[in-house]
Design a binder for this molecule. Sequence first.
Ligand code: ARG
Length: 461
Amino acid sequence: NEGALWGARFASGPSPELAELSRSTHFDWILAPYDVAGSHAHATALEAAGYLEADEAKRMHEGLDAVASKVADGTLLPQPSDEDVHGALEQALIAELGPELGGRLRAGRSRNDQIATLVRMYLIDHARVIARDILRVIDALVAQAEAHPDAILPGRTHLQHAQPVLLAHHLLAHGWPLVRELERLVDWRRRAGVSPYGGGALAGSTLGLDPALVATELGLDRPAENSLDGTAARDVVAEFAFITAMTGVDLSRLAEEIILWNTREFGFVTLHDSYSTGSSIMPQKKNPDIAELARGKSGRLIGNLSGLMATLKGLPLAYNRDLQEDKEPVFDSVQTLEVVLPAFAGMVATLQFDTQRMAALAPQGFSLATDVAEWLVKRRVPFRDAHEISGALVRVCEERGIGLEDASDELLLSVSPHLVPEVREVLTIEGSVASRAGAGGTAPVRVAEQRAELIARAQAA
Ligand code: ARG
């Protein structure tokens, strides 16, 4: 078992079946740059504590730089005999520096505190990429809202026509959850900035190394308070997986609407050619595959989260090898979101809305009945009666196959003496929308304020 990180107490090397099961280089190699950064920081701590002379530390850093550039240019690759990225890179360092110096770096650290630190560093870097990509989707929604300040959308509850709203209001309603994801990432970062490095296998180190120095060198905020917790906790990973899953669900809900809006029956949007796909058999087809993939991949993001939670639930303290199973799901979530978000942003930015069709459909389904009731309330009719009167008007109009706005003066009065012709003021879509000027409402003034507020919150995150 030449070159392994352990072996002396074993009479034989690992069986090939064990090696096959144990190997993690096919997914943890992505952590190689972070492993090298950790080694640089650890070498600095060893020097500070007197375990490396200045010239030895200098050669150590040079050796690590050499290893890093071989990883970067692909000349150093994991070998079948390597168990994990940590062992492979130590082997490479020893090949650079010889066993006398190269063999000194392992003092006072364990793969357990290494891996717990490296996964945090990886996630912190990717949190930045994901936040930037989420912001692009938010920007696309805001730009569409800005481009359609007055356009009307039939607002729905239970997927049934409910009340007309501004298209901009609806688009911004998809922006807010994404702003909250940005805020979650910021909040997550406060907990993620803890460095388990120095915790050793579980109990800490006898060597008097400075974990705060290592944390600072790695761009983290502070060392872990407890070496057992530092090496065994993965809630920071699970929380990140939650944020990616929740982001996937946010996108999926908008995706579902875009898919519906893009049907012939709705006909609210047209997708740009470069953000839609064709069919191999039906020449006429233009499919919303980006929205469908976003919706589909949200299931995968949820699966990664629940798989990770299931891995963690029965684990005693401290490190257990099960913890190696944290990486594939969360790496997959990162990689998935990093391809979904840019495509999604492009699709949203290039949506073409048929605002005439949306406005024409908005009054259908008696969507102004609430406006009639609230108009009556303003004229001091108790809401209980107002609801009855408006409901009765809906019924007679439905019987006659006409809309509320088509009711004659006589018909209105036959339903209730309160329904004088002035009620028509609220029987227009524009009037209805403009009158919903309460906090958070769909009136154009409120939506314009809201848009500014959303942009500010997104930029502050
Ligand atoms: N590859 C392991 C992980 O991802 C780290 C190595 C710890 N191995 C061990 N036998 N203690 O968690």
